[in-house]
Ligand binder design. Sequence first.
Ligand code: PLP
Length: 385
Amino acid sequence: MKGEVMSHIYDHLGINPIVNAAGTYTVIGGSRMSETTLQKIAEAASQHVEIRELQRVVHEKIADMTQNEAAFICNGAASGLYLCTGAAIAKKKGKPAYYLDKQEIADSEIIIFAAHRNPYGQAISQYGATVKEIGYPNIILPLTEQDLEMAINEKTVAIFFFAGDQGGWVAKGGLSFEATAKVANAHGIPLVVDCAAQIPPISTLWDYTHNGADAIVVSGGKDLKGPQASGLVLGKQDLLQYVQTTGFPNYGYGRMLKTGREEIVGLYWALKEALETDHDARDQWAEQQIRILADELATTELFRVERTYPNEAGQPMARASVRFPSDVTSEQVLKLLMQGHPRVMCNSEHDNQVFVNPMTLKEDEIYIVVNKFKEIEKLIERGNK
Ligand SMILES: *Cc1c(COP(=O)(O)O)cnc(C)c1O
């Protein structure tokens, strides 16, 4: 209405927003789109286009930009895993996923290292194919190439591999990517790699597919800074043509994984910006945030800051570990950070410390984090008296 002052939507809803010093966690909104990406989405949303034409043009551009044969935008890396599962079965049976019957799906086998099983792998299992786990997590006796070869048979439609540092979603006990690719390629079995959170480095967009992977899946809503409900499949045309005939806007499975022109254009633009980003400058910015935090908290009694590298997702980016004495618990500090307005979310992996991850902070938000820690020191001192 004329003259009415517009309140922020989160004020309108009575929701207390979070300063994200934890990382690109989906449950708190992943990453943040740039102002330009938001503007491109608004432009895209304001006019009608043929979705299939938009997909064809954008996918071709993205394939070129990322040095891949083909690309497909879906609504998250998890749906990318699901689509690649359908595509691998469809490729083996030589028909679009829409025409596969339950028995054909159930008869198909997918190989995964037991050490790579994690909740995201449900996106593969849910398709209904038989998932064959090989090896054991954290076993002393390592898996061999022969173990993988012996697991392959005429029903095998794909091998799925989870990239990432051991300790996160991946345990010890799988083969290396190189060894897996060697066996998969020798047997002509499509190799799909979950790289959802493996950016940075940006070279993840081509490293795996240039070295034997048939497809990778990446989250659009994590460090690519695209729409939250977006994801990307990249790779060889041979497999990607089936991803395309399985995915939206085709009926069947794809229809449930809708991507609008907002997601398609938003992810395209975010990706373009990610490729144009000066990554060294960004790393230096992150280092600077850690130094600010360390300098500011050096004046406190309670907190000491240490730089750690790499971060929880194994990404080549530094974070700060804020340490405190043994009578203060991590839970206590995390809880106090999330109280008040604004509130701050951090993570903890050990006792008596919390991590401050600069990758999701905006300009100057580090000072909100600094002030929060200073407030907490006062609260804890007062509590002790
Ligand atoms: C985040 C993540 C996913 C899911 O990505 P979405 O884009 O949120 O669907 C899948 N696999 C791994 C390893 C992840 O970290």
